[in-house]
Write a protein that binds this ligand. Sequence first.
Ligand code: BES
Ligand code: MN
Ligand code: ZN
Length: 498
Amino acid sequence: MEIKIEKNVSESSIKADVLILPFTEEYTGTVYSKLDEGLQGLIRRIVETKEFTGKHGELTLIHLLKGSVEKALLVGLGKAAEITAEKLRRAGGKALKYLKGLGAATAALSTAIFKEQALLHGAQHNTAFYFIEGGLLSLYDYKRYKKPEPQMNKRKELKSLTLLDADGESSGGFSKWLDIVIPATAYARDLVNTPSADMTPTILGETAKSLSGRRVKVKILDADDAKKEGMWSYLSVSKGSTEPPRFIVIEYKGGSKGAPVAINGKSITFDSGGLSLKPADGMEKMKYDMAGGAAALGIIKAVSELSLPVNLVAILPATENMPGGSATRPGDVVTAITGKTIEILNTDAEGRLVLADAMGYAIKHYKPAAVIDLATLTGACSIALGNEAIAMMGNNEPLMDNLKKAAAETYERVWQMPLYEEYKDYLKSDIADIKNIGGRTGGLVTAAYFLSEFAGDTPWVHLDIASTAFADKDKPYICKGATGIGVRLIVNFLSDYK
Ligand code: BES
Ligand code: MN
Ligand code: ZN
């Protein structure tokens, strides 16, 4: 959808299918008085009779018999003093999703109320930005396998949103982020929503290849290449599948001199658990187990389109985890690229096995300034945090502080969990250097501790997105299914990266 900015057009003269009018609960009648004059006080009447109160998320559609638009959508933002960036996103999400359902093709957004009252304090962007961000995110849906609606009753697509920006405050960089980062989020959502049969490691590799460009180089290692590198930990996960693994490496050179930031995205295109087979109930969700890799691709796409002055390397150790006849057996021992031996006691703890080699590969070939994991790593993540936050663990506080800042700005929230040295004991193996499971307790932190053993001194942060990568139900600006989490967070983080 296109965002247009109009500096000299008023609510009374704009031409659009629907005019969006945001309200706070304290609406006194002044903001839209000019428009309301032409409507013979209709808005005032609706507010005075409390038919519409401005409560957060409230929507009322009114049909106008006069004026340049046919309909207006009143949108509640809640109490002025309680407005946050996230509340604006949610209100914008609700409003635009509603307009989409209505079949409107063009909409205009009044910013008059944002001007009259300074609604947001200390935020990175202005009020309209967040409203539109939520709106754009909410319009996503996954249609690949649905028959297109018959032409006759086809609703119009929402094609444009015009911002009535009387002061011209929103021009400049305003829409660049939205034009690039929201589609990159949708791109990641699409990849994750795609069923595993149509999102094999090979297809994921081809998808990565299509991001190649002047600043983006894509290299794909097959099983033989991975063997030469000694990535037996990664390869052990692919043994039970007939789909060949693909170890995908993407370099982005943004022109800065420093060592790159490595983004390791867990890319298990289907996680059956392997011989430590998962229960049938809910197994279909394991097509989402490449959400970390999809986010990494979305990040590369956005960062390259924004031409951010950073160097990146994204690593996607892609494979299926299947229980075929040649699958890794519980009790087997493998050697990772770093030379460390791992006793595999549960083949369903495969994410850490592929990430250990991704980390080793990144450190060996790129000496990265920082490593960021994005991984749907543990079921224990949702036991600890529900679906509300990414679990964050790492060995470098400044790096984690910067991620906390980006998380607060994007509402892709992170919550730091500890990496106590005592967890080392949980991972002691009788016969190898380390084992891949840590026992019944602390599943979230022992998984991260396992990875810390491969990070060594490299600044590293692990983001467990197992509980946030997909939604079980629709939310104001997230539709059921893949959320694309990590894209907005990391692009925001990289925008300030020094
Ligand atoms: N991909 C799963 C984690 C997961 C579970 C993500 C549910 C999203 C929703 C991961 O590979 C896994 O199976 N982890 C095991 C680890 C255990 C065997 C130590 C788990 O969490 O049960
Ligand atoms: Mn698993
Ligand atoms: Zn998994």
